[in-house]
Design a protein around this ligand. Structure first.
Ligand code: AMP
Length: 110
């Protein structure tokens, strides 16, 4: 998607502080961190949000879910919070599905 900021990161058109990449996934530091460690994990394929998932995405999203804790662990996190905002009403600002990983000291209660 030409006007999607995360697609531009996948394409290498804008920089990101990448911490993990494979054929299907990318993880990078959030540009405005809300915790000591704040990462975003995305599929490289453009999917707007959870509402747009179909059974055809099962393998990809399974891969993301299995890989996500390994990405967090590689950053030294033994525990972490995962958030996915869905839709405007869910607080989503970037419409390329992403999973926030928040961790480190002083993580506020939820
Ligand atoms: P959300 O509200 O769930 O859509 O969150 C979008 C997140 O993307 C926010 O936490 C932003 O700080 C983050 N973000 C936006 N642009 C960039 C960027 N170029 N690189 C890294 N993170 C970004």
């Amino acid at each position: 998607m030409s006007n999607c900021i995360f697609c531009k990161i996948v394409a290498g058109d804008i920089p990101a502080s990448k911490v993990y990449e494979d054929d299907h996934l990318l993880a990078f530091h959030d540009i405005a961190p809300k915790a000591d460690t704040h990462l975003l994990v995305i599929p490289k394929a453009h999917i707007e949000n959870l509402n747009d998932l179909t059974p055809a995405h099962s393998e990809l999203m399974g891969h993301l879910l299995v890989t996500l804790p390994r990405i967090a662990g590689a950053q030294g996190l033994k525990g972490f919070r995962t958030i996915t905002n869905t839709g405007v009403e869910g607080g989503q600002e970037v419409f390329h599905i992403h999973f926030h990983i928040l961790g480190g000291a002083d993580l506020p209660g939820f």
